[in-house]
Write a protein of this length. Structure first.
Length: 120
């Protein structure tokens, strides 16, 4: 669930990539029709994704936001870029955050020691 080494580094890069494309898509597609609050919310979501806190949930939220942009606001703009971003977020939700994340510190591997049953 929390791979280390090259796989963990690749998941870190994937988290940053999903966060960057989210902010880029929000500023490119919603800037003419929204207020600054939408951009700040996307930036906050991107920061949370970069740190890897509750990554599956926030990456699904990122997918839903970008799916909404694809369905409502794309208007002939780069649909392929939005579809690519949605797929990256879905892949991140399935793979998880990796070892270099807040999630791994909170929910990481633990050694459980169970007490032995009493002898008869």
């Amino acid at each position: 669930m929390f791979p280390t080494g090259a796989a963990g580094a690749a998941l870190l890069v994937l988290r940053v990539l999903v966060a960057a494309t989210l902010v880029d898509n929000v500023t490119a597609h919603w800037a003419p029709v929204s207020s600054l609050w939408v951009v700040w919310a996307a930036a906050l979501l991107a920061i949370v994704l970069c740190f890897g806190f509750l990554t599956p949930y926030f990456s699904i939220l990122s997918c839903l936001i970008q799916l909404g942009m694809l369905l409502v606001l794309s208007e002939g703009r780069s649909e392929l870029c939005l579809v690519n971003s949605i797929l990256e977020g879905a892949i991140l939700a399935v793979l998880g955050p990796g070892a270099y994340s807040v999630d791994s510190r909170i929910f990481g591997r633990r050694l459980l020691t169970l007490p032995l049953p009493p002898r008869k």
